[in-house]
Design a protein around this ligand. Sequence first.
Ligand code: FPP
Ligand code: MG
Length: 295
Amino acid sequence: MQRVEREIARLIQEIDYDVVTHLFEKLQGGKRLRAKLILKIATSSEQAPLLGAIVELVHGASLLHDDVIDEATLRRGTPSVNATDGSKTAVMLGDILYSKAFSELVLFDREIAKVVSSSVTALSKGEMMDVKMSQNFNDDAQIYLDMLYLKTATLIEAAAQGAALLEGKDAQKHALYGKNLGLSFQIIDDILDITADEATLGKPAMNDFVEGKCTLPYIYLYHALNTPEQERLRRLHAKVLDKEETLWIKEKMQEHKSIEKSFALAQKLSNEAMQAVKEDAGLIEILETMIKRSY
Ligand code: FPP
Ligand code: MG
């Protein structure tokens, strides 16, 4: 991973603008899940750390823009760039990071460049769907999962597939691994939004529903409630919840096992990811660590 960090530092330096260097230093690196995946798959390729750096810059750019869109004030436990330096700066920093990533991506094999660049179109499409969907109460799990695939899983899928292409490994199997890992990862994120506290999350707890996002536990809950309760849940959608309302949602989720049902789907997807790369202990370990986040 040090080689990935070195590549990231080199690319930032090449931008040659102290404002960017300074802002980037303030950004927390995060888990670097996508780069870790690339290194575990493309074990012998000289280009793997650069591909990891590219994907992490794209991911970082997408989060900068996402925090502007979501009007978020916290990211990874510290104030977001839009909160400290304003939305204009956050958008422009995102533009610089992601265009720099793309100018490095063209150095790669055409097929790899195509896989990664089209995943960025897909994740942008997913973000747009997420914003549109949060304007209304969505109770359709499939629509939700389709959006999740685009918004979160496609970049992870592209990272795994791109790394497999770099290493001459089975691209389809690794793409499937990345896709299911990505979906499972995001479902666990949605669960943690409900079960974890602000200190653990590095952002406000139970915020998804306030932002209008009907994540899987809310969709499962909705279908388990009786009609007056369904109406109450709809009325609480996209508004700041008081203590009693939060407690009601949590109790109802407990009663109807909404978290357990969501977790079961995350586990099923994670098992499918495991099946795709059966003999690769390193990739299985990444999955297991990810699933353990939810305990
Ligand atoms: C986080 O979702 C957001 C994403 C995973 C994708 C955001 C994508 C864009 C803004 C498209 C623009 C892309 C580029 C490369 C500039 P979330 O809000 O559910 O998660 P959070 O709780 O971590 O904010
Ligand atoms: Mg967000």
